[in-house]
Structures are given as C-alpha cells and as structure tokens.
Design a protein around this ligand. Structure first.
Ligand code: ASP
Ligand code: MG
Length: 420
C-alpha cells in the first residue's frame, strides 16, 4: 500500500458541492488501497476577501494578525472536507499546519519551512484515517506564532508533506488539466504537456506561469518528489513534473510560453559612464529588498559620456525603489528617473533550446512579423525573455505560440477559477 499526497486548490473547493466532489475523489483513491494525506487551500477567493476585509480596517494590517486572519480560510475548508469524507463512510481528521508539524521561520506572510514533524498524521494513517491538512500555514517554535508561507503556499505544504512522509507521489489538483504550453486563458490553443522537468517548470514559474508555486517546485526538486498536476474537475491524466525525461522521450525545443504583467521598468537617465556607477545604483536597489529581474545598459554616446540604465522589478516594489534612487540623485550624479508600468514580459522555455541555435532568431522574427517591438532581452540556458508593451503581451504570446508549432487542435478547457 502506498502513500499519496493530494493537494486541492481554492477553485476545486469553492463551494459545498465542490467540497463533496473532492471528497468523493479522495475516497476513490483511498478505496484503491492507498493511504491518503490531503493539503487543502481556502475556498474560492476566500484569501483575497480576507485581505480586502483587513484593508477595510486598516491600511497597514499587523503581520501577525494578518496570518491569524488568513489561516482561518484553510481551517474552514479542511474541516468541511473532513466532514464530507466522514459522511461518505470513511474516517478523516483535519489538522492545522502546526498540528501537522509544519515548522517554519518566524517571518509572517512569507515563512519558510524548516522542519516537518508529521507524527499526528502518521498516527491518523495508522488508525486507517485520511489526514486533511490546512495548506499555506505553519508554526514558529521561537515566537510560538502561526505563520503563512506566502500566496499560493498550499502547493508547498503538499510537497513538504510528501517529502516528510516519503509519499510515492504528490498530486496537485487544480482547475486546468495540467501544465500547458501557455496559460489557456490567454492562449486558447495551448495544449497540455505530458511531462516537464523541474528545471523547465522552475523557469516557467519564474517567468510568470501560475500553475505551480515556484517554491513548491524548488522543494520538490530538492527532495526528489514527483508531482502530478491534474484537474479535479475531470478524470484525465495531467502533467508529470520529474527530474529527467525518460531515455526515449524527446526533449522539445520549446516546452512553454509564459507571460507576466506584474513588472514595471525603471530607467536611470544620464548616468556618468565611469566605473562604480552601476555598483552604486544596484547597491541602493538591493538595500530596498526588491528583486530585480532584467538589466540593460546602453552604450554611451562618446560626446556626452553619460548612459541610461534600465531594469525591471515587481510593480509592488516600484515606488520604494524610485524613492531610494531619487534620494541619491545628486550623490550618484544621474540626470533623471523614468518609470514605466505598462510593460509585459514574454518568455519561451525549453530544455531542447540548449542544443538548438536558431531559437532567438525564430522568436524575434515572429514578433517582428506581428509588428511587436522588443524593448529588452535576457536569456538563460533554457529560456529567452523579452519585454514588450504591456498591451501587446497577449497577442505576442499567441503569435509566438503559433510560430513554435505549439498550437493544439482543440481549445483548452478551463474548468473554474476567476484567475484573481
Ligand atoms: N489560500 C492561499 C492563497 O490563496 C494559499 C493557496 O491557495 O495556496 O494564496
Ligand atoms: Mg487560493
């Protein structure tokens, strides 16, 4: 008898009927003879609604109280799911993150898992029960406080449980059929891929693909947990996320196309073109804690001796970084700052890119033929990213998806979810 960890996202447990449907799925796995541990997200948009509510009380909710508030979302769904399973005649017990032994760092809203001690879950399994764990939350031993793992953190809960319990498989149930060649909400001709490597999945997640939480993929890679991303609405095989493709499985040049509208671009104008200026600027930026992404420096015109430096960063960090730079304007000696929050980032990712020289030319040609201007470019071994106008991103993704021959024959199904 093997152990399977199953994770159900918010749109899979959005209302009472959905919870009953998910309960039937869990019971079906149990009846096949497996031990089952479940990680569950808050119902539907509950987490967003709780955040909205907190902001109606205060502009700056206290981080400890925010975690107290947000963890209630998962407590609701875990208890209801346990009830639903019991009413199907199976034993089930729900556990909060701390009861399940999810020990984390102390940082509210963005805690990291440091240790998992799932003794109570093992006891439940020994008693023949299905264990239901509230996703996205943990406990810090020093502060003795409840923590959360950051938005979308229930994936990480599931993977950490699978690693700690030595599960055979971690199934991530969601509102699409698996990992797609692009977000089917944006590119209707996207199709499901059968297998993707951790490396590709990490690049796709970093490039804006939202199907899996990036930290969950990192955790799975580090602990060798095989993931199966699949729909909770249909009974089809989904996508396996694995360390390596099987020997006789061909590596596609492009596995997927991702888009991201969450970044903005800061340009530092008229920077003296002398050693040390980039260091000064990015030391200031680093001190804000902002995660910058792409950086471009232009060649300076010899007549002026000054250059422009542009970089992208999450829009949520835009004001903070602009403020830090503005305060150092005279010290650094640049002329001006510009901020652009209407940019889109498109990335193509694929392990086969490593051995294929023409990929950038093909990408740039597709964008050129669609009349889409490229503003910045960056590459890694298995990814090429370009910045376009934000308004062009959807069309850019569609033309690039076609150009790389990724279009499927049938429209992808999106079962639920507001994408909020
Ligand atoms: N409920 C949390 C969120 O919406 C965690 C999760 O769904 O994974 O971010
Ligand atoms: Mg959610």
């Amino acid at each position: 008898m093997s152990l399977i960890v199953q994770k159900f996202g918010g749109s899979s447990v959005a209302d009472a009927e959905s919870i009953k449907r998910v309960a039937r799925r869990i019971v079906a796995t149990r009846e096949q003879g497996h031990d089952v541990v479940v990680a569950v997200s808050a119902m539907g948009d509950t987490t967003d609604e709780l955040i909205d509510l907190a902001h109606q009380i205060t502009d700056r909710p206290d981080p400890r109280e925010m975690d107290m508030l947000l963890t209630t979302g998962e407590r609701i769904s875990m208890a209801l799911l346990a009830m639903a399973i019991k009413s199907l005649g199976h034993e089930a017990r729900s556990y909060t993150g701390s009861q399940a032994g999810m020990m984390t760092t102390a940082k509210h809203g963005d805690a990291r898992i440091v240790e998992v001690t799932p003794d109570r879950l093992r006891d439940a399994l020994d008693d023949g029960a299905i264990a239901i764990v509230a996703g996205f939350q943990g406990f810090n031993r020093d502060s003795k406080d409840i923590t959360t793992l950051g938005r979308g953190g229930s994936d990480t809960t599931a993977v950490a449980l699978a690693a700690a319990l030595g599960a055979e498989l971690c199934e991530i149930y969601t509102d699409v059929d698996g990992v797609f060649t692009a977000d089917p909400r944006v590119v209707p001709k996207a199709h499901k891929v059968t297998v993707v490597t951790f490396e590709e999945m990490l690049e796709l997640a970093a490039a804006g693909a939202k199907v899996l939480h990036i930290r969950a993929v990192e955790y799975a890679r580090r602990h060798g947990v095989t993931l199966h991303v699949r729909s909770s609405f249909a009974d089809k095989e989904g996508t396996l996320v694995v360390a390596e493709r099987g020997e006789n499985m061909e590596e596609p040049v492009i596995t997927g196309v991702a888009g991201d509208l969450s970044e903005g671009k800061i340009t530092v104008i008229g920077v003296p073109d002398i050693p040390g200026k980039a260091a000064e600027i990015f030391t200031l930026v680093a001190a804000t804690g902002a995660n910058i992404d792409m950086i471009v420096q232009n060649v300076s015109a010899s007549s002026t001796g000054v250059t422009d430096i542009s970089f992208t960063l999450p829009k949520s960090d835009g004001e903070l970084v602009l403020g830090a730079l503005r305060a150092a304007k005279d010290a650094v000696g640049f002329a001006d700052l510009a901020y652009d929050d209407n940019i889109g980032k498109l990335s193509v990712v694929g392990g086969g890119m490593r051995t294929n020289a023409g990929v950038s030319a093909q990408l740039f040609t597709a964008l050129f033929e669609a009349g889409i201007n490229i503003e910045m470019i960056s590459t890694s071994e298995i990814r090429i990213s370009v910045v376009t106008r934000g308004d062009d991103l959807t069309r850019a993704m569609q033309v690039v998806h076609s150009a790389f021959g990724l279009d499927g024959d049938v429209e992808a199904v999106v079962y639920a979810g507001t994408g909020r």
